[in-house]
Design a protein around this ligand. Structure first.
Ligand code: NAD
Length: 503
């Protein structure tokens, strides 16, 4: 037997064993060869893919790997496979992810809540049902120029492997939306999930890969590190195959990503203020604040976190909130909740007292907060609120709890200034309820946020009840905005000199 044949046989045996190892949770044994028709024009890409054949150890894992290096190697191979299979495969993968997110919304919402213990089941399910609104392959349209000197085409082309970091607040929704965006643009992706939301993320990644492999023959297009850590984050960022980073999370991970030396698209923290003036409809404003602030127990980075309201309309707004599912705390109850929800350490934060949010209250139900406040509330209470001043920790911290502090202001100018201060320069999201275009314009210009919503709940900024499209990664400090497939592309220009202009 020739040495070539021996090698071949060894590879085949290892591959089969690898597949058997990963087959416990899947019925997949063969790729469907006809599902995506090969384009004869991609012979070169095919050759590249053949030479990029991965080690058998990467087989049968369906995207779930022990180390960042293995995951990156597998994703690099999947990238080559995707190039070979073309746009049809990207479309198929987009369809698979969108369909499966919706179909599994109840199960995956449940396992995510069980693992993270933050948020609300109904809203975890709703978020997965929304993945179908994330833009995909159709988003990418080349730009063309035609003139006396011929034609020029600018195309949006992939980078390769994208390293993506996902938050605990929406683990499966973020990774699902990221896959749609990233793969629609022709890339593969490796996730380092939040350690407290990594098991559910791996379940979804494995299920997606099983279906994608079955339908397209592509293995490991979306990979995940099974037990993520700071070390695996560093290894993912350092790996040569990782061409681009997408981080969705708080200030620490944004800083860490920016220090890697790799290009990073950063969907960072927010602390969205709401300004309510006396020209708005208080009922509409109250309902919008409750709907946005209560969603998933206020885990959304875009969620209403503090309200500044003109004195003349403050009582009416709070009355309407009470009539629409929110409960107002007395000052004593508010104080009790504050003591439970924050640890105030003197002498930190440049000599001032610094509040640290108590993790036991993040994303918890109103009933948990009410218990700490010492108040009985109806079971269907959506949101709690109370009156305070602008320096309160509930105003200054991104607290992610279904409680909203209300601060009275004497003028729109004061409201805008306090909104700006409380947003801390994150340039994330701000909201106004007003029918005065000058007030609206002044706040939009001053706050300078990525999302600015007028007369609706925060979610309207992501196409939910407002016009626009959805993503769970809103790139704020790095400026890409609401991510979409184009965010993950390189623009390349192709020029034909003097010919092919047909007029
Ligand atoms: P988090 O910052 O604790 O974690 C986010 C991710 O970063 C996790 O995967 C975590 O493991 C990782 N991480 C944290 N510190 C790190 C470090 N020093 N080095 C490497 N990795 C690190 O945030 P969270 O509690 O999971 O999510 C809530 C935060 O994310 C909020 O601040 C929220 O505003 C923000 N967020 C932003 C967006 C957006 O689109 N802009 C979307 C969702 C959440």
């Amino acid at each position: 037997m020739s040495s070539v044949n021996e090698t071949l046989i060894r590879d085949v045996v290892s591959e089969v064993l690898g597949r058997l190892g990963g087959a416990a949770t899947t019925t997949v044994t063969q790729p469907a060869t006809a599902a995506v028709k090969d384009d004869p024009c991609v012979a070169a890409a095919k050759r590249a893919a053949a030479t990029a054949k991965a080690a058998p150890a990467l087989r049968g894992k369906f995207g779930v790997f022990a180390t960042a290096d293995e995951a990156c190697a597998a994703a690099q191979e999947a990238f080559a496979q995707l190039q070979q299979k073309g746009i049809a495969a990207r479309r198929k993968i987009e369809e698979i992810v969108k369909t499966m997110a919706e179909k599994n919304a109840e199960l995956w919402g449940k396992i995510e809540l069980e693992e993270t213990k933050i948020g609300r089941l109904d809203h975890k399910i709703a978020k997965l049902g929304l993945i179908k609104l994330v833009p995909g392959v159709d988003w990418l349209r080349p730009d063309a120029r035609s003139g006396d000197h011929g034609i020029t085409l600018e195309e949006y082309t992939p980078f390769g492997v994208v390293g993506a970091i996902t938050p605990s607040t929406h683990s499966i929704p973020t990774l699902s939306g990221n896959i749609v965006n990233i793969v629609a643009a022709g890339n593969a992706v490796v996730f380092n999930a939040h350690p407290s939301a990594a098991k559910c993320a791996a379940v979804a990644v494995r299920a997606y890969n099983e279906a994608i492999y079955r339908e397209t023959g592509i293995e490991n297009i979306a990979c995940i590190i099974e037990k993520p850590s700071l070390d695996s984050f560093n290894a993912l960022c350092k790996n040569d195959n990782t061409r681009l980073l997408l981080v969705t999370g708080g200030p620490a991970v944004v800083k860490a990503a920016m220090q890697t030396g790799k290009r990073a698209i950063c969907a960072g923290p927010g602390n969205p203020p709401v300004l309510v003036d006396d020209t708005c409809c208080p009922t509409r404003a109250a309902k919008a604040i409750i709907s946005g602030g209560a969603f998933d127990n206020n885990l959304l980075c875009i969620g209403e976190k503090q309200v500044f309201v003109l004195e003349s309309v403050a009582d009416k707004l709070m009355q309407r909130m009470s009539e629409n599912g929110a409960v107002k705390l007395t000052n004593a109850q508010f104080d009790a909740l504050t003591k439970a929800a924050f640890t105030i350490k003197e002498g930190e934060g440049g000599g001032c007292a610094q509040a640290h949010t108590n993790k036991d209250f993040i994303g918890k139900d109103t009933s948990v907060l009410a218990k700490a406040a010492g108040v009985n509330i109806p079971a269907d209470t959506q949101l709690l609120f109370g009156e305070t001043d602008a320096n309160h920790p509930f105003v200054q911290e991104e607290q992610m709890m279904p409680f909203i502090p209300i601060v009275r202001v004497k003028s729109v100018e004061e409201g805008i200034a306090k909104s700006l201060q409380s947003e801390h320069g994150y340039k994330h999201t701000a909201i106004i309820h007003s029918h005065d275009v000058e007030n609206i314009t002044a706040m939009a210009r001053t706050l300078d946020t990525t999302l600015f919503v007028k007369n609706g709940p925060c979610a309207a900024g992501l196409g939910l009840g407002g016009e626009g499209y959805l993503s769970f990664s809103i790139a704020t400090p790095t400026g890409e905005g609401i991510t979409n497939p184009r965010t993950f592309t390189r623009v390349r220009r192709c020029v034909m000199v003097d010919n092919l202009r047909i007029y």
